[in-house]
Design a protein around this ligand. Structure first.
Ligand code: GLU
Length: 629
C-alpha cells in the first residue's frame, strides 16, 4: 500500500479496526471515485436522474458521459492515486512491500507494474531479517530412518530406544543449528519414504510430500537431488557426492591350496615364459655356435686337440634354466653376442621372478575370493537376481535411463515375481546375505561403504554407474536456503563433514570390523599377472635376441676379415663365410668332454676350421698358421 495511505491504516487501527482488507479499501475507493465523477459532471452541466426500467431498452442519457468522466478524473484513495487508461483499466499503481516485524509492519520496498519490486532494504538487511526470523523459529525437519544417516539410538544392552535419534544427518543438522542458531524438531516422515511423484494421485509422497504440504520446513537424510524433485522443491548445496553401485556377496569358492603357487601368474604368462625359455635356449646355442669368439682352446697349453664350445644344446638349456630359477649354470658366455643374450635373459628373469614373488605374497596373505560378477554388464548377463530400493532415486535412475543396458535391467527387475525390490536398504542387504551369491543389491555407494565396513563377506562390485549428490531439501522459495548453504560450506571447509563421515562410517556402530580383512581384501583383490602387465619385458627380451644376432654376424664377419690376408682370399671370403655358416649350424658337437675332437667334429670342413681356428688343417693351413701365430 502506498505510504500516503498508511495513516489511513493507522486510523483504522485507532478506531479499533484490527485490519483493513484490500477488497474493502478498493470498494471505498470505487465509491469515492464514482461520487467525485458524478459531482463534477453535475457541476459541469445540470443532469437529471430518470427512473429506468431494468427490463426495458431505455438508457440513461448521461451514462456514457459519466463513464468517460470517471476515466478522466483522478482521486487519491485508500489504495493510492486512482487513474484509469482509455480502456478503463487502472494505471500507475504502486504498492508498498511491507514486512511484519516485532514492532509491526515495516515498509521494505515498492512494487509497480513498470519497474517491478524495488527493495529499499539492502541484501544484508534482508539476510539479517531472515537470520532473526530463523532464531525465533522451531523448524520441523522431516527425515527417514536409514543407517548411518538417521538411526534410533542403541541402548547399552543392545535394545533400541526411541527417545532421541542419532546419526550423520542428526549431527549435521545440529552443527547447522549451532551456526545459524535455531531450534528444530526432527520428525520421521509418515510413510518412511524419500519422495516419489504418483501420477495417479498427482501428489508427492515421503519427505518431499511433507515439504510440499507444509508439514515440514526442511528434509534431511540420504535424500538424493534429482531433476524431478528439483522441479518442486529447493535443494541446498550438496553435502556428499556419490554414485550407484552393486552390493554383492563374496564367493566362498577358494582356489586349491596345492596349486596356489600357479595363481600369481596367468596361464598365458606361464606359457609365454615357457616359450621364451625354449626360444632363448635355442638362440643361445645357435649364436654360441656361430660366434667365433665363443670357441676356446680345450686346454691352455694344448691346442692340438681342437677348440671347445661350452654352449651345447643341453648346456644352453641348462644355463637358461639355471638363470630362470636364479641359480646360474656352469658355463659363462664369452662372446659379446652370447653375453647380450645372457644379459637380457637375466634381466627378463629378474623382472619375472620379482613380479611373481610380489604377487605370490599378496595371494598367500589372503584367500583369493572370487566373484561371479565383476561389473554391471556381468550382472545384466548373469542369472543372478538383482533389485533396488522400491521407488527411490536408484529405482528412478533405471526407470528413466536411456541406456539400453539399464533399460534391460529395469525391465528385468519389473518383471520379477516375487518382487526383487526392497522397502528399505536393510532389507536389500539381508537379501544379499541370505542369497549366497544369487542376489545382488543396487544401492548408493556411501551405503555400500557403510555395509561392507561391517559385513566382511559383502563387497562392492564394479565402479559407480552414475554420479549424484545428497543435499537438504526445502519448500520452494524458502528464505533459509542461502543461510543453510553458507553453513554447509563452512562445515565442508573446516573439515567437519569429513570428521562426521569418519565417525559414522568407520567408528560408531561396529565400524572398522572389516579393517584387518580389509587389508587382506587388497590382497584378495590382487589379480594374477596378465600378459599386459609384463608384456614389456618380453619385448626387451625380443630386442636383445635381435641385437645378439646382429652382433654375432658382426663377430663372424670381423673374424673372417682378420683371417683374409690376400686379395684373392678376400674375394673368396664371402663364399667361405656363407659355407662356414651352413657348416657351423649343421655341426652337432665340436669336442668330446675330455677335449678330444669327436668324429663329428672332425667332419667340420676345412673352411669352417679357418674361421673357428681349429688346428685341423687341410686346405687352408695358411690361415691356421696366422691364427696360431
Ligand atoms: N537416496 C535415495 C533417494 O533419495 C534412496 C536410496 C536409493 O534409491 O538407493 O531416493
Amino acid at each position: 500500500m502506498e505510504r500516503a495511505h498508511l495513516p489511513a491504516v493507522r486510523e483504522a487501527k485507532r478506531n479499533n479496526m484490527t485490519f483493513l482488507k484490500t477488497e474493502m479499501a478498493l470498494m471505498y475507493d470505487a465509491v469515492h471515485l464514482f461520487a467525485k465523477a458524478l459531482g463534477d459532471l453535475d457541476r459541469s452541466r445540470p443532469i437529471e436522474v430518470a427512473r429506468l426500467d431494468c427490463e426495458g431498452d431505455e438508457t440513461w442519457i448521461y451514462g456514457n458521459s459519466l463513464v468517460n468522466y470517471m476515466k478522466w478524473v483522478q482521486v487519491r484513495g485508500l489504495t493510492g492515486l486512482i487513474k484509469f487508461d482509455a480502456k478503463g483499466f487502472r494505471r500507475d499503481v504502486t504498492l508498498d512491500i511491507v514486512e511484519l516485524t516485532k514492532t509491526g509492519l515495516v515498509k521494505v520496498g515498492r512494487w509497480s507494474r513498470t519497474s517491478g519490486a524495488n527493495y529499499t532494504k539492502s541484501y544484508r538487511e534482508v539476510e539479517q531479517g531472515i537470520v532473526e526470523d530463523l532464531r525465533r523459529k522451531n523448524l520441523v525437519i522431516s527425515s527417514v530412518l536409514e543407517p548411518p544417516y538417521v538411526m534410533l539410538p542403541e541402548t547399552p544392552d543392545g535394545e533400541k530406544g526411541s527417545q532421541r535419534l542419532e546419526g550423520f544427518c542428526i549431527d549435521l543438522i545440529r552443527e547447522i543449528s549451532q551456526i545459524l542458531v535455531f531450534n528444530y524438531t526432527v520428525e520421521l516422515a509418515d510413510d518412511g519414504t524419500y519422495g516419489r511423484f504418483d501420477a495417479d494421485s498427482g501428489r508427492w509422497n515421503g519427505m518431499i510430500g511433507e515439504l510440499l504440504e507444509q508439514k515440514a520446513d526442511l528434509a534431511i537424510g540420504d535424500l538424493t537431488i534429482t531433476n524431478e524433485r528439483k522441479q518442486v522443491v529447493d535443494f541446498t548445496v550438496p553435502w556428499m557426492n556419490l554414485g550407484v553401485s552393486i552390493l554383492y556377496r563374496k564367493s566362498s569358492k577358494k582356489t586349491s591350496v596345492f596349486y596356489r603357487f600357479l595363481s600369481p601368474i596367468s596361464a598365458d604368462v606361464w606359457l609365454s615364459v615357457a616359450s621364451a625359455y625354449l626360444v632363448v635356449s635355442v638362440m643361445l646355442f645357435t649364436i654360441a655356435r656361430f660366434s667365433p669368439y665363443e670357441w676356446t682352446d680345450t686346454h691352455q697349453c694344448d691346442t692340438s686337440e681342437g677348440r671347445i664350445n661350452e654352449f651345447s644344446l643341453l648346456g644352453s638349456f641348462w644355463f637358461c634354466f639355471g638363470s630362470l630359477v636364479q641359480q646360474g649354470g656352469n658355463a659363462l658366455p664369452r662372446a659379446i653376442s652370447t653375453r647380450i643374450i645372457a644379459g637380457v635373459w637375466w634381466f627378463f628373469t629378474l623382472i619375472m621372478i620379482s613380479s611373481y614373488t610380489a604377487n605370490l605374497t599378496a595371494f598367500l596373505m589372503a584367500e583369493r575370493l572370487e566373484t561371479l560378477v565383476e561389473s554391471v554388464d556381468d550382472l545384466a548377463k548373469s542369472q543372478i537376481q538383482y533389485g533396488t530400493l522400491n521407488g527411490g532415486s536408484t529405482w528412478n535412475f533405471f526407470r528413466t535411463s536411456k541406456l539400453a543396458i539399464y533399460q534391460k535391467m529395469f525391465n528385468f527387475m519389473e518383471s520379477q515375481t516375487p518382487t526383487v525390490y526392497s522397502t528399505s536398504n536393510e532389507e536389500g542387504v539381508s537379501k544379499v546375505l541370505k542369497g549366497d551369491g544369487k542376489y545382488a543389491y543396487i544401492m548408493e555407494s556411501p551405503s555400500i561403504e557403510y555395509v561392507t565396513e561391517r559385513h566382511c563377506d559383502l563387497i562392492q562390485v564394479g565402479g559407480l554407474l552414475n554420479s549424484r549428490s545428497y543435499s537438504i531439501a526445502l519448500p520452494p522459495g524458502s528464505p533459509y536456503r542461502t543461510l543453510i548453504n553458507s553453513a554447509l560450506l563452512k562445515l565442508q571447509e573446516t573439515g567437519k563433514l569429513r570428521d562426521l563421515k569418519h565417525k559414522w562410517w568407520k567408528v560408531e556402530r561396529g565400524g572398522g570390523a572389516c579393517q584387518s580383512s580389509g587389508d587382506s581384501g587388497a590382497a584378495s583383490r590382487a589379480k594374477e599377472l596378465g600378459l599386459n602387465s609384463v608384456g614389456g619385458v618380453f619385448v626387451v627380451l625380443l630386442a636383445g635376441m635381435g641385437l645378439a644376432s646382429i652382433t654375432a654376424v658382426c663377430e663372424f664377419a670381423w673374424k673372417a676379415r682378420r683371417l683374409s690376408s690376400s686379395a684373392k682370399e678376400r674375394d673368396s671370403r664371402w663364399n667361405d663365410v656363407s659355407k662356414d655358416l651352413g657348416l657351423t649350424l649343421s655341426c652337432t658337437s665340436s669336442t668330446t668332454t675330455d677335449g678330444k675332437v669327436s668324429a663329428e667334429g672332425r667332419k667340420v670342413s676345412a673352411l669352417t676350421k679357418t674361421t673357428y681356428g681349429s688346428t685341423y688343417t687341410t686346405t687352408c693351413s695358411f690361415r691356421q698358421k696366422e691364427l696360431l701365430s
